[in-house]
Design a protein around this ligand. Structure first.
Ligand SMILES: [Cu+2]
Length: 371
């Protein structure tokens, strides 16, 4: 089904010896090249799918291994049509049909045999730049694949942390905005501290030719992207994807320590990531983790809002002493109130009035309702 050689992929792209695909060292596409890509997307009818929102609980298990190993990882670049919110459709580009793309979880020192495959029906070439990789373009040149082709590279994960991966073709801002980003977590050799629950989210912004909530199919708006003026700002690819207003909150148990992995695809907006009704008890800014195992000394403590730049990640841990609905937001709050960014985590358990007594005034308030 897939042709495998990189040379063939390059020929399909019309690029020979001098490669015009550059990963994070961007060579600007011309306006007509960008417009051509947009036309190709619009003329190709991508399969319609029910869901692009990645399930935040769909994460590989923590690594319990003291020796390096080799992983066989396949990323499938899937162009799909799906709803941003009910009645509003958009042509997404994804890794594995989900936003963010599947979390790749390895240990420092592991080797990854990475295969990328691009199904026949795709309109555009894609690739992947992983920030966990030493090598040109983070592997983007080595992994470029045209529709109907596959490509591969091997890398060793030599440094630990949570890192973004993203498509890095010349129109990379467009491809990331359409959904092509995810996280590779490289655990340090001693692993991460044990927690009770782990959740995985990805923020990005979508630039369309419509207004929020305007029914029908929205097209990509390149001018809006150039002006960094998005229609939607989303957590996991859909408006309020994992909140009561859409697919429902994530449930955890009182007393759980909850670790949140967050990747900001951008392409342009930083996130100001805050858990309403809680705090980042420990925060690992930009996904940085210690190599010596001294997490207690390394982590920032009791941080309310963590800046997550586009092209970066964060790891935050919350304690859950009382039952509540935690709202994970970008505290640039117009993005929450008006542009779709929100997830909710329900803590199930018994009231502890010495910590929080919601009925002390005789009336119960439900707190800010963004969804
Ligand atoms: Cu792409």
């Amino acid at each position: 089904m897939f042709e495998t050689t990189r040379r063939r992929a390059m020929q399909a792209l019309g690029i020979g010896g001098t490669v015009a695909v550059a990963g994070c060292s961007v060579e600007a596409p011309t306006a007509s090249e960008t417009a051509t890509e947009q036309q190709q997307v619009e003329q190709t009818s991508a399969p319609t799918v029910e869901q692009v929102a990645a399930d935040p609980t769909d994460i590989p298990d923590p690594i319990d291994r003291s020796q390096p190993t080799t992983h066989e990882v396949t990323l499938t670049m899937e162009e799909v049509t799906a709803e941003i919110e009910p009645g509003v459709t958009f042509d997404f580009m994804t890794f594995g049909g989900r936003i963010p793309g599947p979390m790749i979880r390895v240990r420092q020192g592991d080797t990854v045999d990475l295969t990328v495959e691009s199904p026949e029906g795709n309109a555009l070439p894609h690739n992947v730049d992983l920030h966990a990789v030493y090598g040109t373009g983070g592997g983007s040149v080595a992994t470029t694949a045209a529709p109907g082709q596959e490509n591969a590279m091997t890398f060793q994960a030599t440094y630990p942390g949570a890192f973004i991966y993203h498509c890095a073709v010349p129109n990379l801002d467009m491809h990331i905005s359409a959904g092509m980003f995810g996280m590779i977590l490289v655990e340090p050799k001693g692993g991460l501290p044990a927690v009770d629950r782990e959740l995985y989210f990805g923020q990005h912004e979508v630039y369309t030719d419509g207004e929020v909530g305007q029914e029908g199919k929205h097209s990509f708006d390149i001018e809006a992207m150039k002006n960094e003026n998005p229609t939607y700002v989303l957590l996991n690819g859909e408006k309020y994807a994992w909140a009561a207003a859409n697919r429902g909150p994530i449930e955890v148990q009182q007393g759980d320590r909850v670790r949140v992995f967050m990747v900001d695809g951008g392409p342009n907006y930083s996130s100001n990531f805050h858990p309403i009704g809680n705090v980042w008890k420990r925060a690992y800014r930009d996904g940085g983790v210690p190599e010596d195992g001294n997490f207690e000394a390394y982590a920032d403590k009791n941080i309310q809002t963590v800046k997550v730049p586009p092209g970066s990640c964060m790891i935050g841990e919350m304690d859950t002493p009382v039952p509540e609905r935690i709202k994970l937001v970008d505290h640039a709050l117009s993005r929450v109130a008006r542009r779709g960014m929100l997830a909710e985590v329900d803590v199930l358990g018994e009231e502890r009035e010495e910590i929080f007594d919601p009925d002390a005034g005789g009336t119960s308030h439900e707190g800010p309702q963004y969804a």
